[in-house]
Design a binder for this molecule. Structure first.
Ligand code: ADP
Ligand code: MG
Length: 697
């Protein structure tokens, strides 16, 4: 297979394969279930399963797997072969409709946040027919949702699908109010831009911190970092180019529309962006993308780091979540229209997003919170931990004209009556983009820039979809009752702008003064995971998710527990790794170096009693002092780790932040200083410079 068009989707059981291989009637039933999200009946499923199996075997597959996304944030699969005995020691290859539709993995080893305490250990996986089956490494993978037998979502896909239903329900009510009867469904679309680092495998393997935790826990600043901005969009090195080529080809085979690739700001940092697609598919594809990045990097003797902050002092990696809403007739509802009605509809959807981001800042912040992303947010290269929104000056001035009933426009200034007037055209802005905003309107979509590079995008989109569904629900309730639709619409939009404009901010989000201003406006500033986690359980948030049937209360509580639990586990692992490296590698190395300095000085004094030996003695003294200081801190860290507070998980998370992480950071300062002072021959670990510039050819 040579041409891209031929190779694209060659490992996917997509529409065109189904059209070829399924009887017409069955094909149409599958299509209908894809569009309306209805379950296939078992007779149809049997035919589909059979066709899928034949196709997969022709492509060399021997096994199938329900492919799902437990709350670990990564994907899970359990392979079953198609083999089925028929007696006489012989087998046939079989795959039933039942096996396609439902699987029963043991749920007991996946995080459940306590959901399992009340339910059986067993869980089941159910096919999501809207996301195509595909073949990966000889396995036919069937994208599935994963639930407990009580029906509780144990995964990331189920709530995402529910949130898409919620925004579909409420969005359709609004669309109907604008007199549109053709649209039968609306879906959100996402294009996630994925950032990552590539480093050479050999240096990676020498750093236990990278191996165990995905980030460097210490490391002195290299003489050259990203100051020259010479890496961003720079020429791609041959070895990286070879990796990208293979990655693209493998993604294309799986139907992932990898489109843009370039070098990012930090040395060794890169980005890949796909063409956007329906949200649940985008989430599946992003998981596949991360998996393939890791795998293919290894083949090229490199390691792909997806951690949000692998290196202190350099840019971290994020995953910009570009998000919009689209009708089944192909209209982007966040695209300003041509007629007064289209424009009014656009403004109303825009308001729905503004209100959603303001009302649910806390949930958006939670959706991106993790031990890893805490290092990145607010660190001068990523949005601060305060959620705000950027619309661009053009759009803001229109909103402010509506808000104040003041005239707007160029030569022919007039008052804007929503629903009556065509909006003045505003350019699809690419020029005055605000890269410091956490949530920016970019002409026909929003770009949420807080998500971290390693996280699943499901969580953020669950919040976005549901919060916007809630704004739309409130608007539909008002407008459906209105006697004068246009007047009610105008007033509604004006009121929403008045009430929620505090969330709009066009200035520099990285500036200190913004944090003070944000505080004055009453916006939340939640720097760390333990700070924001309690908002999960705020009554308004429980109300939001239960009202739209996205999460039950126990499902939210489970997620709250899992978030804190994983925060604590990560911090604990990091602390243990740092301690081990300090004791077994760093202090012994520094001590050996100090010894050798002392020995040299002694010998020299014996030989030349007048010799100064300033370098050796001073350095030996400094190193010895640092070793003692570091050793004391390591002991304190160890003591802290050994005595975690009793009580709930929130208390434990604060303990890890304040008594563990903070001490690790103090210890790190001594270690970095030791690294700066110790001769290269003695330093046992690759330095930042060696890691960052390890892929050079
Ligand atoms: P950048 O932010 O780097 O300038 P682009 O504007 O090219 O990037 O787009 C970034 C991402 O936004 C791409 O993945 C693209 O497919 C996605 N995107 C474009 N339109 C939409 C849309 N309507 N809905 C969701 N994502 C979109
Ligand atoms: Mg972007």
């Amino acid at each position: 297979m040579n041409s891209v068009t031929e190779c694209f989707g060659s490992m996917v059981f997509n529409d065109s394969v189904m059209r070829q291989r399924l009887p017409k009637e069955v094909f149409q039933q599958v299509q209908r279930s894809i569009i309306d999200g209805r379950r296939l009946d078992s007779a149809v499923a049997t035919v589909v399963a059979n066709a899928m199996k034949d196709w997969a075997i022709e492509k060399g597959a021997t096994h199938f797997s329900h492919w799902f996304q437990p709350m670990t944030g990564i994907t899970a699969e359990k392979h079953e072969s198609f083999l089925s005995p028929i007696g006489g020691g012989r087998v046939i290859m079989e795959f039933s409709g039942k096996e396609l539709i439902q699987g029963e993995p043991d749920a007991s080893s996946f995080p459940s946040g306590g959901l399992r305490a009340t339910f059986e250990a067993r869980g089941y996986t159910a096919w999501d027919p809207t996301s195509y089956a595909f073949i990966k490494d000889g396995i036919l993978c069937i994208p599935t949702a994963f639930c407990s037998y009580g029906g509780e979502a144990l995964d990331k896909k189920t709530p995402l699908l529910r949130s898409m239903e919620a925004i579909n329900r409420q969005g359709l009510r609004i669309i109907r109010l604008f007199g549109n009867s053709q649209v039968t469904s609306i879906k959100t679309t996402v294009g996630p831009e994925q950032e990552y680092f590539l480093i050479d495998r050999e240096v990676f393997e020498k750093r236990k911190d990278l191996i165990y935790t995905g980030r460097t826990l210490f490391g002195a600043r290299p003489p050259k970092g990203q100051e020259l901005d010479d890496h961003y969009f720079g020429a791609i090195k041959p070895r990286v180019a070879a990796f990208m080529k293979e990655l693209n080809e493998e993604l294309w085979k799986l139907g992932v529309m990898a489109k843009t690739e370039h070098n990012e700001v930090a040395p060794g940092q890169h980005e890949l962006a796909p063409i956007f697609t329906t949200t649940n598919i985008a989430a599946d594809h992003n998981q596949l993308t991360m998996e393939l990045m890791r795998k293919i990097a290894k083949k090229h003797n490199m390691v792909c780091l997806l951690h949000e902050k692998p290196f202190a002092g350099l840019n971290g990696s994020g995953k910009h979540n570009n998000w919009s809403i689209c009708t089944n007739t192909g209209v982007n509802l966040l695209e300003p229209g041509e007629t007064p009605y289209e424009n009014a509809q656009f403004l109303l959807f825009l308001c729905a997003v503004i209100q959603a981001v303001d009302d649910y800042q806390d949930m958006l912040r939670i959706s991106v919170a993790s031990a890893a992303n805490d290092h990145r947010l607010g660190a001068n290269e990523a949005p601060p931990a305060v959620v705000s929104m950027y619309l661009g000056s053009e759009l803001e001035s229109i909103l402010s004209a509506i808000e104040n009933d003041t005239p707007h426009g160029g030569t022919k200034k007039e008052q804007i009556k929503v629903g009556v007037h065509v909006l003045p055209k505003f350019p699809r802005d690419t020029t005055d983009r605000n890269r410091t905003s956490p949530f920016a309107f970019t002409g026909n979509k929003f770009e949420f820039r807080m998500p971290g590079s390693s996280a699943s995008i499901s969580g953020v989109n669950v919040v976005l979809n549901t919060a916007v569904a809630e704004s739309l629900r409130q608007y539909a309730d008002i407008l459906e009752k209105a006697e004068d639709f246009e007047a009610a619409l105008h007033d509604l939009i004006r009121d929403v702008i008045r009430k929620h404009k505090r969330i709009l901010f066009n200035g520099n989000g990285y500036d200190e003064s913004w944090l003070r201003e944000a505080e004055k406006r009453g916006l939340l500033n939640l720097p760390s995971t333990p700070d924001c986690a309690p908002y999960y359980l705020a009554p308004k948030n429980l109300e939001l998710f239960t009202r739209h049937r996205v999460y039950s209360e126990s499902e939210i509580r489970a997620r709250y527990e899992i978030k804190l639990d994983s925060y604590c586990k990560v911090r604990r692992m990091e602390a243990l790794t740092l301690l081990e490296m300090t004791r077994k590698e760093i202090l012994p190395a520094a001590s050996r170096y100090a010894d050798s300095l002392a020995e040299t000085a002694l010998k020299r004094k014996q030989l030349l009693p007048q010799a100064d030996c300033g370098f050796e003695t001073e350095l030996c003294e400094q190193i010895a002092a640092l070793i003692s200081a570091a050793y004391e801190k390591a002991k304190r860290l160890e003591a802290n780790l050994a005595s975690p507070p009793a009580g709930d998980s929130l208390r434990l998370a604060f303990f890890f932040r304040d008594q563990v992480l903070s001490l690790m950071e103090e210890l790190r300062k001594d270690l970095d200083e030791l690294e700066r002072l110790t001769a290269s021959d003695f330093w046992p670990l690759p330095t930042y410079g060696e890691l960052l510039f390890s892929v050079n050819d």
